[in-house]
Write a protein that binds this ligand. Sequence first.
Ligand code: PMP
Length: 295
Amino acid sequence: MSVIPFDEREGTIWFDGVLVPWREAKIHVLSHGLHYGSAVFEGERAYGGHIFKSHEHAMRLLRSAEFLDFTIPYSAAEIEAAKDLVLKTSGLADAYLRPVAWRGSEMMGVSAQNNTIHLAIAAWEWPSYFDPETKMKGIRLDMADYRRPDPRTIPSASKAAGLYMICTISKHRAENKGYADALMLDWEDNVAECTGANVFFIKDGVIHTPLADRFLNGITRQTIIDLARRRGFEVVERRIRPDEMEGFSECFITGSAAEVTPVSEIGPYRFTPAAMTKTLMDDYTAEVQPKAVAA
Ligand code: PMP
């Protein structure tokens, strides 16, 4: 299947406040964001013409930039309005949205005190992260070599471009071995998250998930915890040692792109996606649908 490169598509991209033709949404090679990773982004989905948790994503984008010591020159409300405009202009009802903010070109050393901050927003079709046919069978995950970094070494709560370097390497290694993705441990060898999604386990009707104080506390993760508790399921957020995976019966990963994706295998450990995972998948599907506004 041939895929159209992302810089050769049709449509418009919101770029520093205006809609520009898709192919003209370009930056200069001498951009601080490109050289030093001073860029932050979001990944979010629209369902039925409505962006799920758009405000939460806008707030996280603004916070991500503050962690990197820059301020995006738009308010959350302005970012939300821009995203709505991009979605509407795209003509898509179900779409993936990608806001990205980066430091420009005024200074090209490590210091970037005077650089302007840019923001672009694009939307495109992204049906399902993983092949839907095999979804309930569960995906297979490799164990990544890289660890999620200590928050004292990098602002790990930011959705910052630089944090994805080890994710891309880990995902490539996993894919080259035939896996869909890789599970990363933290620097203390606790279970952390996947390269672009959070992870949950189930044992004896109880849901266990790593404490998100050292990696991205996903908006989908928070939604799933809320949905599970609304169902009366017990959710325990705690440190999880890798050998505990032996005793878990179900496993799934969550993310705006991945949504709720069952897992059948992580390295030597095996899981059987079952009723609780299915319930949460269905609850999530229902939750993301646009809510009818009472007349
Ligand atoms: N961890 C990482 C590293 C991610 O890239 C993502 C996707 N944004 C997540 C977790 C899940 O976050 P969310 O549910 O907010 O999409």
